[in-house]
Ligand binder design. Structure first.
Ligand code: 15L
Length: 290
């Protein structure tokens, strides 16, 4: 696939979106930003026009443009996908929430996005799936990276369930409509690991950008599922399908291990929170605040 130039980034004002707004453009992408939050939260862009409930922001050379709308807004989505070469789909609820909210934001929202992509002829999507699609999978005792992408889905929350739906939707739109997707089961993407669990699940922001670039440019991906982590010494899952796209992780959480283990201790296999890939999502999931 020729390198996509213009990429729609949904969830652009979120945690991951904020990191990738900075880290993706150096790979040569021009980002179009999409988020339901007020555009003031998206920096360095200038408001030029209001149209109904869609805010169109900036369109001058070299700067991104932005649209503030919900994924349920089909008109806004049509506008957002027009002319883009690919989509990176981060938007939605990224923690646990009542099913009705997950249904609207993650399940219906992702469906609306794929429909807009199909209508506009967009050929490649990178979907932010999550380790929580398989969160109730028992964790390996070591860093053998033994959990493959073919492990049966065992969602740990409605949130994880919605990520499984997104992966299946991607599979359907590949088979039916020829839209390619890389579904990335992201581990824990943050500047530094802050828990012992994250020593296994951590995805450094720089590696996240490397992985997204590989997912956007690898040829003939059809629908490919990959795990999204750095090359952690204590990795639980298998990165081979990500590496097959050309992803070469550069970071490892191990330099943080001594301090985190001294403060928190080793994971306890007898503790249900520590016994599964999804960690606390299996026992007391963090709740979406909105
Ligand atoms: C996720 O899917 C969440 O969106 C993120 O907030 C983290 O909790 C991450 O998983 C994780 O498992 O650490």
């Amino acid at each position: 696939m020729t390198a996509p130039r213009t990429v729609l980034l949904t969830g652009a004002a979120g945690g991951l979106g904020t990191l990738m707004r900075e880290l993706l453009p150096p790979y040569g992408y021009r980002l179009r930003l999409f988020d339901q939050r007020t555009i003031e939260e998206i920096e360095k862009i200038e408001k030029i026009e209001n149209l109904k409930n869609i805010e169109h922001i900036e369109n001058t050379a070299g700067e991104p443009e932005a649209i503030t709308a919900e994924l349920a807004d089909k008109e806004a989505l049509r506008e957002a996908v027009r002319g883009v070469d690919a989509i990176v789909h981060f938007a939605g609820i990224s923690l646990e929430a009542p099913f009705e909210k997950i249904l609207r934001a993650n399940i219906e929202g992702t469906y609306h996005l794929y429909e807009a992509a199909r209508e506009a002829g967009v050929r490649r999507i990178v979907f932010a799936s999550s380790n929580h699609a398989v969160g109730f999978t028992p964790r390996p005792a070591d860093g053998s990276g033994a959990i493959g992408v073919d492990t049966p889905r065992r969602p740990d929350t409605y949130y994880g369930l919605s990520k499984g739906f997104g992966e299946d939707l991607a599979s359907l739109y590949w088979d039916l409509h020829g839209i390619e997707t890389v579904s990335v089961r992201i581990g824990s993407c943050c500047p530094e690991p802050t828990t012992v669990r994250m020593l296994s699940t951590w995805l450094s922001p720089a590696d996240a950008a490397r992985l997204l670039h590989a997912a956007l440019t690898a040829p003939d991906v059809g629908h490919t599922v990959v795990y999204g982590s750095s090359a952690n010494t204590r990795l639980w899952w298998d990165l081979s399908s990500a590496r097959a796209l050309g992803y070469e992780p550069q970071d490892d959480s191990e330099p943080y291990a001594a301090e985190l283990l001294a403060a928190q201790g080793e994971l306890d296999p007898g503790n249900p929170e520590h016994a599964h890939l999804g960690g606390a999502f299996c026992t007391d999931p963090p709740q979406w605040p909105h």
